[in-house]
Design a protein around this ligand. Structure first.
Ligand SMILES: [Mg+2]
Length: 408
């Protein structure tokens, strides 16, 4: 089998997302996805990846992952993680794995070694319709929320501040027993994370307290900091919220500062989770050697795709740590995370966004995992078990670009 074309698909209504389709001479295709700065990623894929991949055997995934990272011009500029190069490579890698599984007539979970479980518990990231969709706007801050005009999906982002107790109860009513919120983010933007006032600290804490007042300890609370804080204020916040038995502190500081992170972890009660943006195998090696993290949450679309996740899984196994794949981005990465979560026993929980999987994900893809009583169930089809929705492909807002060997 040979790769005959590399296609990117982009829709301006959901402009942070980029999809990659790898086409072959046998008619099989593979689907991948990544997120943020789409135009740069699309340029990179067509300019740098397509000339390398065209004509190659798509099943030699390990070789392609190594070459795209280390043996092309990318090696000089594509490090560290989160770069355009890493994100483009990630989308390609996911597509190659989808293709490889399809070529064997197997589900992705099956070529990863087969399932170790039949379902995986999810936690709900309390985002909302529109959150993070568009490349040209910053994420909505909690403080900027306006009443949601579109009630077709949950506005868990608004509920985080307006009624966190009801939010927690509504999740429990669906069988979801863990939730992630970011009640302090808006205050970080005031001081660029250098300090937090007592008044703002109390406002944030009160949102957590309302959850405990409403549902007691029935729900786990993952606390997200989005790497916005310096060490001192992050510690101050963490020490105050530890009394509410939060489940973890996620990305509390700039996660490149591993010594600071180790200091943070040593001085707080709840475990520390890291890091969706930096979490390659290399980063985990260093973070774990310094005792800087407990839970490993990485983003397949940012750290090199499934090939890198397999390496991370080995590190997690060797260090006796649990993985919790990240997603608050798109459906293809979420589904790839599900396959990994079913395959590897050291995955603990799957990040999920109910306002996404009950909302816009349905317009993007033809299949989504069933969510039953707080658990994600396996996909049914071969490969990832998902393709882009025909209406997305047909949309006037969708742009496709294809590179074939005649273009280079
Ligand atoms: Mg996060």
């Amino acid at each position: 089998m040979k790769i005959t074309a590399i296609e990117t698909i982009h829709n301006k209504k959901f402009s942070n997302l980029v999809w990659v389709k790898i086409h072959t001479d046998e008619g099989l295709t593979g689907l991948g996805e990544t997120f943020r700065n789409p135009n740069s990623i699309i340029s990179y894929i067509h300019e740098s990846c397509a000339p390398y991949l065209l004509g190659k055997d798509p099943l030699r995934i390990n070789e392609h992952a190594d070459n795209l990272l280390n043996w092309t011009a990318n090696r000089y500029v594509g490090y560290p993680t989160r770069s355009v190069e890493y994100r483009g490579n990630s989308a390609i890698d996911i597509a190659l794995w989808d293709l490889k599984a399809k070529s064997s007539n197997l589900k992705l979970v099956d070529i990863l070694g087969g399932p170790c479980r039949d379902k995986i518990p999810i936690y709900n990231t309390c985002a909302a319709s529109g959150y993070n969709w568009n490349a040209n706007s910053s994420s909505r801050l909690v403080s900027e929320l306006k009443s949601n005009q579109n009630k077709e999906t949950y506005d868990d982002l608004e509920l985080q501040t307006q009624n966190p107790g009801d939010l927690a109860q509504s999740l429990l009513d669906e069988g979801i027993k863990a939730m992630k919120i970011w009640p302090f983010d808006e205050f970080a933007f005031i001081t660029k994370g250098q300090t937090i006032s007592s008044e703002d600290l109390k406002k944030g804490i009160n949102r957590i307290k309302k959850i405990r007042d409403a549902v007691g300890s029935k729900i786990d609370i993952m606390l997200e900091y989005h790497s916005l804080w310096q060490l001192a204020p992050a510690l101050k916040i963490a020490k105050h919220v530890d009394e509410f038995d939060v489940f973890w502190h996620e990305d509390p500081i700039n996660m490149a500062h591993l010594k600071d992170l180790a200091e943070f972890k040593q001085n707080t009660i709840a475990p520390t989770a890291g890091s969706e943006a930096l979490g390659t195998a290399l980063w985990y090696r260093d973070a774990l050697s310094l005792g800087a993290i407990d839970y490993m949450h990485y983003d397949l679309g940012w750290i090199g795709g499934i090939t890198e996740a397999i390496k991370i899984s080995g590190i997690a196994h060797g260090n006796n740590r649990m993985m919790c794949p990240h997603d608050c981005t798109g459906p293809v990465v979420w589904i790839a995370n599900l396959h990994i979560s079913l395959a590897y026993p050291n995955v603990m929980i799957l990040e999920s966004v109910r306002s996404f999987y009950n909302g816009f994900y349905k317009t993007l893809v033809d299949n989504l995992p069933e969510i039953q009583n707080g658990f994600a169930m396996p996909m049914k089809g071969i490969g990832l078990g998902v393709d882009l929705h025909s209406s997305l492909i047909a949309s006037q807002d969708t742009t496709k670009k294809i590179t074939t060997s005649s273009d280079i």
